[in-house]
Design a protein around this ligand. Structure first.
Ligand code: HDD
Length: 696
């Protein structure tokens, strides 16, 4: 942990942590002397029913699995803490936001949505970003995503949407993919999905790391102050490392090379002490301004553009402790949008209202009954006191004669709180009982266009390629056509380019004209760059490598927070040109360029010759280049650049350092060369590098 003092949640968990050194026992505590042989009638005879140890062991094993989450089944989580920058008592009665001296323990679970528990991390999908704050006033769950809008406006459509995106029911294909007919059939018929589909086809759907991912509460919520006054609020999480994504081709390859890519990255960063951090921001709208926008604040398919209402930074989230046990903690944690604390309330957003039903309901099935809040990871750090009793797996031993309110026989306990209790915002509600969608939810295209207009060129190209990929996987031409017709209301040029890529006729005339407005804050190009923290750098080496160059890169990059791994044809060590043994971290046959952010070929003529003659090493560099990663080659290492077909050929190493299109070539690993490479790595990717002709 960041500091070694356990927080309240940690102390609570300590009471249930188990690392027994006692001899093996049954669940009833009876010692076991043999767990390898079942009790039989004679050495070769049948097994006896009275073997209670064997039966218990196998029965428990048979019951190890619980239903996976119906969505967000695959996830990874960590503990940490949240601290506000300043007191927000003028806005909310929430105690955990009342001052910078209050630090609240949290558990955060990141997830994909569509795939099963065992699916790969780097699929094209929304990512869940669910935060449980263990506050002194009870648990508060902010159950968000890494995209600020949602597919549908009313929760009654959620089962339809999820059935459309999940594997198709007749053959359970494809796993964890949105690129199939049923999803696109649904979205083409349901134009409210258009804005979210723009985000889903963008690189936001393939984050480089959970650490480089934004989070959003999505809905408009309400802050409520001690006097009962409300303020609309939208929540934002901004990663301090910037918001960075993978390349789609790379993401697909990682699914095979390391299906746990994002999960491993989070775990290892925390183990290294590089604790991921996010800043919590709020967009605030006064109650009187509820109708001041050209969209409805209650419509979860809309953002409030940051240029219209700036994001005010209010606090810091740090994740600094990995769970002890994946099942006990990450799997059994139960989030619920209705887990709120005094000072935070809902709005009438119909998506949120449905969620407030769904999350409790789903936990009852998934975690086997009504006592799931007693599971250690779910328990609040303050005391629970009520008349709820019994049920499956009741862990509390309630004492006394009474379990009802009011009572005198139990001394009136538990009594009602006279302070600090939850007060619902006294919103005036008056309406007819009708099944309609508000007219104010009717515009499904303006913000999709706003998003498209706001992207950098490379983001826009990736988005268009995303549409072409996904629709190209749809068998039904009519499904493709409908999707294109929908895009024609976002931007005519986009619709034409997508249509041309998937073999359907481009729309002849413009649908809805592009309004030309943009919101630069939604572009990833406008987030943080420059940090090397946790970047993975591959250094390719063979016998005869220039040991000085290896040290120069390693020292500089590691001191800037990067992780540097030396890769060779085999594990063990290589012999540097100066005769020194250089330990190898991994054989490059066990990894792949897609698992690294950048690659260095340090030179030394024998090493360069061996690497250039090894197809695996040559492909490593080629593929890194194809995926827009920084490449450095020192001295003879430049030989590996030959297959790259660089425009203008391989830069000459003789005349000092050259840096072009993210390729640094230098005769020596001097400070200028290493610093230039570090700068490129901090810039994440070299998007203006043309890679179409690179055969990787
Ligand atoms: Fe949901 C899980 C996020 C709409 C019903 N949702 C779940 C998780 C996240 C979200 C992050 C995983 C929590 C964890 O790690 O355990 N969901 C969202 C967001 C939404 C949203 C940001 C829209 C703004 N969800 C939504 C709707 C419904 C649900 C409209 C139902 C009407 N979501 C569920 C669920 C899940 C869930 C079925 C599955 C597992 C669970 O709850 O605990 O209840």
């Amino acid at each position: 942990m960041a500091d070694d003092r356990p927080d309240e949640k940690d102390r609570q968990l300590d009471r249930v942590r188990t690392d027994s050194e006692e001899p093996l026992t049954t669940e009833t505590g009876v010692r076991v002397g043999d767990t390898d042989n079942s009790l039989r009638a004679g050495a070769r005879g049948p097994t006896l029913l009275e073997d209670f140890h064997a039966r218990e062991k196998i029965t428990h094993f048979d019951h190890e699995r619980i239903p996976e989450r119906v969505v967000h089944a695959r996830g990874a989580g960590a503990y940490g803490h949240f601290t506000p920058y300043e007191g927000l008592s003028d806005l909310t009665a929430a105690h955990f936001l009342s001052g910078p001296d209050i630090t609240t323990p949290v558990f955060v679970r990141f997830s994909t949505v569509a795939g099963s528990r065992g699916s790969a991390d780097t699929v094209r999908d929304v990512r869940g970003f669910a935060v449980k704050f263990y506050t002194a006033q009870g648990n508060y769950d902010l159950v968000g995503n890494n995209m600020p809008v949602f597919f549908i406006q009313d929760g009654i459509k959620f089962p339809d949407f999820v059935h459309a995106v999940k594997p198709e029911p007749h053959n359970e294909i494809p796993q964890a993919q949105s690129a199939h007919d049923t999803l696109w059939d649904f979205v083409g018929l349901q134009p409210e999905t258009t804005h979210m589909m723009m985000w889903l086809m963008s690189d936001r759907a393939i984050p480089r790391s959970y650490r480089t991912m934004q989070g959003f509460g999505v809905h408009t919520f309400r802050f409520v102050d001690a006097a009962g006054r409300g303020t609309f609020v939208k929540f934002h999480w901004k990663p301090l490392l910037g918001t960075h994504s993978l390349v789609w081709d790379e993401a697909q390859r990682i699914q095979g090379k390391d299906p746990d890519f994002n999960r491993r990255d989070l775990w290892e960063a925390i183990e290294r002490g590089q604790y991921p951090e996010w800043e919590l921001g709020v967009q605030l709208v006064a109650e009187k301004d509820e109708h001041a926008f050209d969209f409805d604040l209650l419509d979860a398919t809309k953002i409030i553009p940051e240029e219209q209402v700036p994001v005010r930074p209010v606090g810091r989230l740090v994740l600094d402790r990995n769970p002890d046990n994946f099942f006990a903690e990450t799997e059994q944690i139960a989030f619920h949008t209705a887990n709120v604390v005094p000072g935070i309330d809902f709005t009438n957003d119909p998506l949120l209202q449905a969620r407030n039903f769904s999350y409790l309901d789903t936990q009852l099935l998934r975690l086997g009954g009504s006592n799931f809040q007693q599971i250690p990871v779910n328990r609040p750090v303050n005391e629970v006191s009520n008349n709820q009793r019994d049920g499956f797996a009741q862990h509390r031993v309630h004492r006394g004669q009474t379990a009802y309110y009011p009572n005198t026989l139990g001394g009136g306990c538990p009594a009602l709180a006279d302070e600090g209790f939850y007060r619902h915002y006294a919103e005036k509600v008056d309406g007819e009982k009708i099944r309609v969608r508000s007219e104010s939810f009717a515009d499904h295209y303006s913000q999709a266009t706003l998003f498209y207009n706001s992207l950098a060129d490379w983001e826009r190209e990736h988005l268009e390629a995303g549409f072409r990929f996904e629709l190209g996987k749809c068998e039904e031409l009519e499904v493709r056509r409908r999707a294109v017709a929908n895009l024609n209301h976002v931007d005519h040029g986009l619709a034409v380019r997508v249509a041309e890529g998937i073999g359907v006729a481009p729309p002849e005339s413009e649908g809805t004209p592009n309004h030309g407005r943009s919101s630069p804050a939604v572009s990833m190009a406008n987030t943080e760059f420059g940090s090397l923290t946790g970047r993975q750098i591959a250094v390719l080496v063979a016998d005869g490598v220039d040991g000085g160059a290896v040290r120069a890169f390693r020292d500089h990059l590691v001191s800037a927070g990067a992780v540097v791994e030396l890769l060779a044809a085999t594990d063990g060590a290589v012999l540097a040109a100066d005769g020194e043994p250089v330990p190898v971290d991994r054989a490059y046959t066990t990894v792949s360029s897609v698992l690294y952010d950048a690659v260095v070929v340090p030179g030394g003529s024998a090493s360069a010759e061996a690497l250039a003659g090894d197809g695996t090493a040559a492909h490593f560099v080629l593929e890194a280049y194809k995926h827009h990663k920084a490449v450095a080659a020192v001295g003879g290492g430049a030989r590996l650049l030959a297959p790259l077909r660089l425009p203008g050929g391989v830069p000459e190493a003789a005349g000092g350092m050259r840096s072009e299109l993210g390729v640094v070539v230098s005769a020596e690993a001097g400070d200028d060369c290493v610093a230039e490479f570090a700068r490129l790595v901090g810039g994440h990717r070299i998007w203006d590098r043309p890679t179409g002709s690179v055969p990787a």
